[in-house]
Design a protein around this ligand. Structure first.
Ligand SMILES: C[C@H](O)CC(=O)C(=O)O
Ligand SMILES: [Mn+2]
Length: 333
């Protein structure tokens, strides 16, 4: 059986949201070592909101992400470290610094209708010799034709992979199939998919993506990620192998990382709570969940009302400040 796709593990980046950006150097070393030993080809290390994300708006990192990237790289013999960069949060200098420390891949992320802001960062990724991808966040918010248009922009800037990103965990398998099939037909580059499990659809959506032609798939161990988390890497390895695909990842070794390294790091279980379910139902950015819970506590309002309102307002990543405004407004209502 030949290798069918690459799994990119996002535990050390999307998982940063779930641990409130508190990863330590020792934790990152242990995870990186385990992923490398298990044969995971790519894994991502950055603040949850990408390079440069450490701030009051997005949450301060306990440890400088460059230190974490350097530590992760030092544990890699076959794995390669990816970084995420959102133009406007991360800068070209942040990317140059990550590349100097040995990062080998960058995923430049924009809102699904704003791919045009990524041109310079994608071009820089290629100039630095990094594997370079475009990452269309909140893909549930745009129709197929818009996704194709935006993905073509990424490709024209030099992206080697374009990801459909279900940031809100709001998509159903047919939504994924329609988007990935259209991209597969219209683009020359590779197609990737990133899921969130807010409606318990992450695995089904991942299968739909692979069966529609996606060759780069994200997962996180124990689903450590924003909201209800991502497609669970170790489960994905088992499921896709049962379906006849080959992941080339050692199942026992990835389970060891899950049980011995990630499980003790988790601040709360990655389960579908009322809040995370509403993220998917209302179509809200998964990383808003912990902010909404904090605001709900601070203002004495129901987190579900905050999330429903954020969904109605069609808020997108970068509008974290609105979470507190909405909470304040709900007291007055
Ligand atoms: C910055 C976001 O957390 C990126 C991501 O993982 C998503 O949109 O989903
Ligand atoms: Mn995510």
């Amino acid at each position: 059986m030949s290798k069918s796709f690459e799994i990119l593990d996002v535990s050390l980046r999307d998982g940063s949201h779930s641990v409130r950006h508190a990863f330590t150097e020792e934790q990152v070393r242990a995870v990186a070592k385990g992923l490398n030993a298990a044969g995971v080809r790519y894994f991502e290390v950055s603040h949850g909101d990408g390079l440069g994300g450490s701030s009051l708006q997005y949450g301060l990192s306990a440890t400088d992400e460059l230190k974490l990237i350097e530590t992760a790289v030092s544990e890699c013999t076959t794995s390669e470290v990816s970084v995420l960069l959102i133009p406007g949060i991360g800068t070209k200098e942040n990317l140059q610094a990550a590349a100097r420390l040995g990062a080998k891949m960058v995923r430049v992320a924009t809102h699904v209708t704003e791919a045009d802001v990524a041109a310079q960062h994608i071009q820089l990724g290629r100039e630095l010799g990094l594997k370079t991808a475009g990452f269309l966040m909140m893909s549930h918010m745009a129709p197929v034709e818009k996704i194709v248009e935006q993905a073509k922009l990424f490709e024209s800037y030099g992206a080697e992979i374009v990801y459909v990103t279900d940031s809100a965990g709001a998509m159903l398998p047919q939504d994924v199939t329609a988007r990935i099939q259209a991209l597969r037909q219209e683009l020359q580059c590779e197609i990737g998919f990133h899921a969130h499990n807010n409606l318990s659809m992450a695995m089904a959506n991942t299968i739909a993506a692979v069966e529609s032609g996606a060759t780069y798939i994200d997962g996180s161990i124990r689903a450590l990620g924003a909201g209800a988390g991502n497609t669970q890497t170790e489960v994905m390895v088992a499921v896709l192998e049962k379906l006849g695909y080959q992941a080339d990842i050692d199942l026992y070794k990835i389970l060891d990382v899950a049980n011995q390294v990630i499980a003790p790091m988790m601040q709360q279980p990655q389960e579908i709570t009322g809040g995370s379910l509403l993220l998917g139902h209302a179509g809200v950015y998964s990383s808003f969940l912990l902010h909404a819970q904090k605001a709900a506590q601070q203002f004495g309002v129901d987190e579900r009302d905050i999330l429903m309102e954020l969904g109605r307002m069609k808020t997108v990543g970068g509008q974290e400040d609105l979470i507190y405004e909405v909470a304040q407004h709900l007291i007055k209502a």
